[in-house]
Design a protein around this ligand. Structure first.
Ligand SMILES: NC(=O)c1ccc[n+]([C@@H]2O[C@H](COP(=O)([O-])OP(=O)(O)OC[C@H]3O[C@@H](n4cnc5c(N)ncnc54)[C@H](O)[C@@H]3O)[C@@H](O)[C@H]2O)c1
Length: 174
């Protein structure tokens, strides 16, 4: 059976490239969800939308009813969450969309995934993955060399870092 991947934020910078990567390297069907904020550019995925394996839905990940319908209609094997307010400077000017998408939206997606898995069979539950794409800002700044690891201590955070972290631990619970 061909799997369906649900990719949120697929019209953004990383999401659009990830969509192309998956199309080129798998047979998966892709359902792209994007609210098309100022950061989402449909032109990023114009070519991709011609592919019969791709479906695009304009929707907000914080809209629980819309997410439930999308899950029920498409029965995703996994979710990759790129949908985010991603620009730190904007979070200083107006934090509210960051709270709405990066915390409430990520939580909504996790809760909808949990409800969907409760209705799914054992194999689907075992194989399901929820990949939440966060930000290295949760760890602060690197010196000139080195890498962050999963067990690196969290740094004093910018608001973007706090929200990035907000979605991350929950994604381990699904
Ligand atoms: N770009 C980078 O260099 C980089 C580095 C590290 C981590 N990240 C993280 O990767 C993720 C994606 O980054 P990006 O650069 O592609 O961001 P981006 O701002 O280019 O794209 C975000 C996408 O999410 C969509 N979106 C925003 N709110 C939404 C909502 N409520 N519902 C549905 N869609 C919504 C936007 O329309 C846009 O298409 C973010 O969490 C970001 O912090 C990015």
């Amino acid at each position: 059976m061909i799997d369906t991947l649900l990719i949120t934020g697929g019209a953004g910078f990383i999401g659009a490239n990830f969509v192309r990567h998956v199309l080129a390297r798998s047979d998966a069907r892709l359902v792209i969800i994007d609210k098309l904020t100022y950061a989402g550019n449909p032109a990023n995925i114009d070519d991709v939308l011609k592919n019969p394996r791709v479906r695009f839905v304009k929707a907000d990940i914080a809209d629980r009813d819309a997410m439930i319908s999308i899950f029920d209609e498409n029965k995703p094997a996994s979710v990759v969450n790129f949908a985010a307010e991603s620009h730190v400077d904007r979070s200083i000017d107006d934090p509210s969309p960051f709270i709405e998408t990066n915390i409430v939206g990520a939580f909504t997606l996790l809760e909808v995934s949990r409800g969907y898995l409760a209705k799914s069979d054992e194999n689907a539950r075992r194989d399901f993955r929820f990949l939440h794409v966060s930000t290295d800002e949760v760890y602060g700044s690197l010196p000139r060399t080195g890498v962050f690891r999963d067990d690196t201590l969290l740094a004093k955070l910018s608001l973007r870092g706090v929200e990035g972290f907000g979605g991350s631990p929950g994604s381990r619970l699904v």
